[in-house]
Design a protein around this ligand. Structure first.
Ligand code: FAD
Ligand code: SF4
Length: 508
């Protein structure tokens, strides 16, 4: 009997475990564009177009390779609207009663597959360097799940940047060399983009028709949508971006969304690139003298360190992780997150480029939108939904630990040992945003005081009970408590008034 081989939109890899287990000529690959997946959050139109176009091209490649592919387009009349509905429909069409799947990257779909009235084999997704089981073993019995220790274990396992059991250069981590502020004079490389071909054009028409209301600009669309193009993006980064990736990893410049970043997360996350091949390419560049160690180590750490670590956390912590709210924050997201306008130039820039490109780099996500959400006490569940919607690389296993854990401290400090919060000073140091802002980054109180300055202390004061005894925070409390009481009152009163204006829907 034929079996059905499920391939999801973020599983577009030819060496996928479900495809490896299938038999050409006997089994049928099932791929489906369904409304359930396109609407579980209001995805950015560019993200929907990327996934649909890449799915269509991947299905064609499988067919060319001799596979039977049962492909459902979003507008097909028989489309049942869900992955499980499509599996049931195809099972009766092919007279199959067994499904081979690679375990999905989110609990929602894992549970849906388990609930099917068919035999479903969920195979490990081995496109990662480590498995959830390996991570759980590493985590067991540890008081703190520090990424750095996990990363060193993965360096040893892969041999990346290792020589005779020791890290190349004698140190594991070169981050101290990687925090240069934005350069004034040098221009960063343009990202590699692709003119829409016939497949992409069809998908863009569809997305334009069906998802016109979603936040985000669909055009111009230049994402890579197949493996060959994704490899070209990787090549482009290795030669043009990687050499300076480390230096300016944390820098932010108005009007320059890309800087020296790789812009490969969408391709890694949907399966067009493999994390190990990406790291080997970076390592080769270092060994050939084409990129310095601080850049290459930093880049490799993001992939075999952070990326693997957050996946480990997602599967270790279980389905309730996304509803955690350790700081009991409950303010709704203000309209400025959906392009509603703001006087804060930093937020205006980051939300604007997110709308245009479905992209923001890590420090923009962490220290602008994330920092603001945390300081303003926004509901972490709503913040999570926002990040899951607006970025082309957003899939729950990677987005949730970054948002709930690293950025919003809503898991109580599992991922981040202290909240990532800062006043305007950090933003002023690392970017050129403040120079053209309505607010004054140097002002601590009053009408024009930078909201990050006001809200920072509001956050510190309102979380005193929870954070004061955190060894990494106590010095902040000591400094705050030494200040003049009237000055503290003035800051807190101004912060509360500012938050009230935001909650009333005023442009802030
Ligand atoms: P580069 O800066 O060039 O880094 C290279 C690669 O390292 C990335 O492509 C990515 O695969 C990996 N990487 C770097 N940092 C992280 C990290 N913290 N976690 C996992 N992988 C990392 N990344 C996603 O892939 N999907 C998300 O939905 C996502 N949501 C985020 C939400 C928040 C609040 C924050 C703070 C970070 C989030 N990140 C997410 C991590 C990071 O911001 C993006 O991976 C990165 O900006 C992607 O751009 P790039 O390819 O140019 O990355
Ligand atoms: Fe952002 Fe404050 Fe700087 Fe304005 S002054 S750009 S609000 S940090």
């Amino acid at each position: 009997k034929p079996r059905l081989v499920l391939v999801l939109g973020d599983q577009l890899s030819h060496d996928l475990s479900s495809i490896r287990m299938a038999e050409k000529g006997r089994d049928a690959v099932v791929m489906a564009e369904v409304m359930d997946e396109a609407t579980y959050v209001p995805h950015h139109p560019k993200k929907i177009a990327l996934v649909l176009a890449a799915m269509r091209k991947f299905a064609s490649a499988l067919k060319d390779d001799g596979w039977t592919v049962a492909y459902t387009k979003l507008d097909d009349e028989a489309n049942t609207g869900s992955i499980t509905g499509e599996l049931i429909r195809r099972a009766s069409e092919f007279d199959a009663d067994e499904i081979i799947a690679t375990t999905p990257g989110e609990w929602r779909l894992i549970d849906a597959l388990n609930d099917l009235p068919l035999v479903v084999r969920q195979l490990p997704d081995d496109r990662f360097v480590t498995s959830p089981k390996e991570f759980a073993n590493w985590a067991e019995g540890r008081k703190e799940l520090r990424m750095e220790w996990f990363y060193r274990q993965v360096r040893r396992k892969t041999g990346l940047l290792m020589e005779e059991g020791e890290p190349v250069g004698g140190r594991w981590n070169y981050d101290s060399e990687n925090r240069k502020p934005a350069p004034q004079d040098t221009r960063s490389p343009e990202p590699l983009t692709f003119e829409p071909d016939a497949v992409v054009t069809d998908v863009l028409d569809l997305v334009e028709k069906r998802f016109a209301e979603n936040f985000g600009e669909l055009h111009p669309f230049g994402f890579a949508t197949d493996r060959k193009q994704a490899l070209a993006v990787l090549d482009h980064f290795i030669s043009c971006g990687l050499p300076r990736f480390g230096d300016y990893q944390d820098a932010m410049i108005a009007g320059e969304p890309w800087l020296w970043h790789a812009i490969i997360s969408p391709y890694l996350n949907i399966g067009l690139l493999n994390p190990i091949e990406v790291c080997r390419r970076a390592e080769e560049a270092f060994r050939a003298g084409a990129a310095p160690l601080n850049a290459v180590e930093g880049f490799i750490r993001q992939i075999i360190g952070w990326r693997e670590y957050v996946r480990g956390i997602y599967f270790l912590e279980g389905p309730d992780y996304t509803s955690r709210n350790a700081l009991v924050h409950d303010r709704p997201l203000p309209a400025l997150f959906w392009g509603g306008g703001t006087h804060m130039r930093c937020l205006g820039e980051v939300v604007g480029q997110t709308r245009d490109h479905a992209y923001a780099h890590h420090i923009q996500r962490l220290m602008i939108t994330g920092n603001f959400a945390l300081l303003a006490g926004l509901d972490p569940g709503a913040v999570h939904q926002w990040y899951l919607s607006v970025y082309a690389d957003a899939f729950e296993w990677v987005e949730a630990p970054n948002t709930i854990g690293m950025s919003q401290f809503a898991d109580g400090g599992l991922v981040a040992s202290k909240p990532y919060v800062s006043s305007g000073n950090y933003i002023s140091k690392m970017s050129d945003y403040c120079s053209g802002c309505h607010y004054d980054v140097k002002a601590k109180t009053g009408e024009r005081a930078c909201p990050f300055n006001l809200l920072y202390w509001h956050f510190i004061e309102r979380n005193r009970e929870r954070l004061q005894n955190n060894p990494r925070m106590s010095v902040i409390y000591r400094g705050w408590d030494k200040r003049d009481a009237d000055q503290r009152d003035e800051i807190l009163t101004d912060a509360t008034a500012w938050l009230d204006r935001m909650e009333k829907g005023e442009t802030v």
